[in-house]
Design a binder for this molecule. Structure first.
Ligand code: SF4
Ligand code: SF4
Length: 370
């Protein structure tokens, strides 16, 4: 029996405490919404109430100063309410058109030293919203590419499409810095995936000291890792052997054993996948397919990756029908035509090796052997 007055759950407070009044009053009673202009949505409720949302681009990592400024804007216009979306966009909500216009103009007027926008308004409808992305070189242990770096470079090149809606349909892009894919790469119009092309290095001197060898063995999804004994400094020691043919470079064994580092300057890079989506408009939701097998990491601005993504989007924009997502367009014209129109090279690295005939198509598996 719970003790009276005892607080047994100190988790987050209930979400509806944080609703703006117009959301609270009309919860579950919304009729429809429209996009009034890039970055501005209007939701209309059964009661006739309207909620205007202004969406601005954010970053995955923000300074406290930047967040304070966002909160000051929310205090000034929105009773202190604002929300973050899964794409690191920030949404401000107000209940009148005049309020929306004043808020939008204020956001557009805030710049870095009179230069680029601090809070660019956009990311809605048939444009490019912010990229979903993962942790990158600093914050995870298995990345094959960075996250914030290539995302910043790619979004800089696509910025005009963040602020407009000239594309045939929404364009959603994601980046995952390894094939564990913490980002929504498999179901995005364009997915950028970090890939390793070499198996983990084995630091025999440390395997038995830093690792539980059975854990590293059982962590491997393809049974490529086995325990072994090797000669080291004149003694037999316990270590690990990796069967390279079976390794799909996932890095799981490194998660279990720090003596199996997998990052490699030459082997690592990025693959591009296209055609995924979660929407069921025109066609069912679908997985994306690999259309570029490997692009080397080119920090700090990833020029080849950026140019290739921009090129795919321009070819899609020039050829797709209105409302057609990238994958719907490619399927309507045929993937052969997709490769012809984009000029991307079709190589054997793109052929899938699944056994099931349903998957005899471009590579969707984790096997990116080179
Ligand atoms: Fe780490 Fe891979 Fe996730 Fe990137 S995608 S954060 S490397 S597990
Ligand atoms: Fe197995 Fe993945 Fe390690 Fe390769 S990287 S040995 S597939 S766990």
């Amino acid at each position: 029996k719970p003790m009276e007055g005892r607080i047994s759950d100190i988790g987050p407070r209930k979400y509806d405490e944080f609703f703006p009044p117009v959301i609270k009053n009309n919860f579950g009673k919304w009729l429809y919404h429209e996009i009034l202009e890039p970055g501005v949505l209007m939701h209309v409720a059964e009661s006739g109430d309207k909620c205007y949302t202004v969406r601005v681009g954010g970053t995955r990592t923000m300074s406290v100063t930047h967040i304070r400024e966002l909160c000051d804007i929310a205090d000034k216009f929105c009773n202190g309410c604002l929300r973050w979306t899964t794409r690191s966009n920030i949404e401000f909500m107000v209940d009148s058109e005049e309020g929306m216009k004043a808020l939008r103009d204020e956001l557009n007027s805030r710049t870095f030293d009179g230069g680029s926008f601090k809070f660019p308004v956009g990311g809605t409808g048939a444009g490019i919203s912010n990229m979903v992305h993962t942790q990158g070189w600093i914050h995870c242990h298995t990345p094959a590419t960075d996250a914030s770096g290539p995302v910043k470079a790619v979004m800089d090149a696509l910025f005009d499409d963040f602020k407009s809606m000239r594309l045939p349909a929404p364009m959603r892009i994601a980046l995952a810095c390894c094939i564990n894919m913490c980002g929504a790469v498999h179901c995005s119009d364009i997915g950028l995936v970090g890939i390793h092309r070499k198996p983990p290095m084995i630091d025999h001197e440390w395997t038995d000291q830093l690792c539980e060898i059975p854990l590293a063995v059982s962590a491997c999804p393809t049974a490529a890792v086995r325990p072994t004994k090797i000669e080291h400094d004149g003694k037999k020691i316990n270590s690990i052997a990796i069967k390279e043919d079976r390794c799909m470079y996932c890095g799981n064994c490194y998660t279990m054993c720090p003596a199996l580092p997998i990052s490699d300057g030459e082997g690592d890079g990025v693959a591009i996948m296209v055609g995924g989506k979660v929407s069921n408009r025109i066609s069912m939701p679908k997985f994306s397919k690999v259309v570029v097998g490997y692009i080397p990491n080119e920090p700090p601005r990833w020029p080849t990756l950026t140019k290739t993504v921009k090129h795919i989007i321009e070819v899609y924009a020039a050829n797709a029908n209105k409302y057609e997502r990238l994958g719907d367009w490619a399927e309507r014209i045929g993937w052969e035509s997709f490769f012809k129109l984009t000029g991307l090279e079709f190589t054997h690295h793109l052929i899938d090796d699944f056994r099931d005939p349903a998957y005899y198509t471009w590579r969707q598996s984790t096997q990116f052997k080179f």
